[in-house]
Design a protein around this ligand. Structure first.
Ligand SMILES: [Zn+2]
Length: 127
């Protein structure tokens, strides 16, 4: 394994994660979602459509994907796709997807270890 690969995550971060995990605190992972716009493909491949992230609106020619399928689609498009990467988090209670600043704020709230935080006043499980 090369230095570059092993350095992808700082070691202190992994150590802190393990330490907190031992105390029963699960640090939420930072996730990203990608808005991909293929430029060389005549149409959106069916396999990509099937893996579209649900809960986002759709614009013709654009697709929201998680990292794995986004990479596959970009490769299929000969790395010519336009793409936007934003932080992504689903509400642990109602599964509502959040992106960007909202996702980041929610992830930071979860870092307290409290897994029962609603995503907002309109969280589906809050009555
Ligand atoms: Zn919610």
């Amino acid at each position: 394994m090369t230095q570059a690969v092993s350095n992808r995550k700082p070691r202190w971060r992994t150590a802190r994660r393990k330490e907190l995990h031992a105390q029963g605190i699960v640090i939420p992972k930072k996730q990203h979602v990608f808005l991909v716009e293929p430029t060389t493909l005549p149409e959106m491949p069916e396999w990509a459509e099937k893996r579209r992230v649900k809960g986002f609106g759709s614009t013709p020619g654009h697709i929201w994907l998680m990292r794995g399928p986004a990479r596959l689609l970009i490769a299929a498009d000969h790395y010519r796709s336009k793409r936007v990467k934003v932080e992504f988090k689903r509400c642990v209670l109602c599964r509502r997807p959040m992106i960007a600043a909202q996702a980041e704020a929610y992830r930071k709230q979860l870092e307290s270890g409290d897994r029962s935080i609603p995503c907002g006043p309109d969280c589906a499980l809050v009555s």
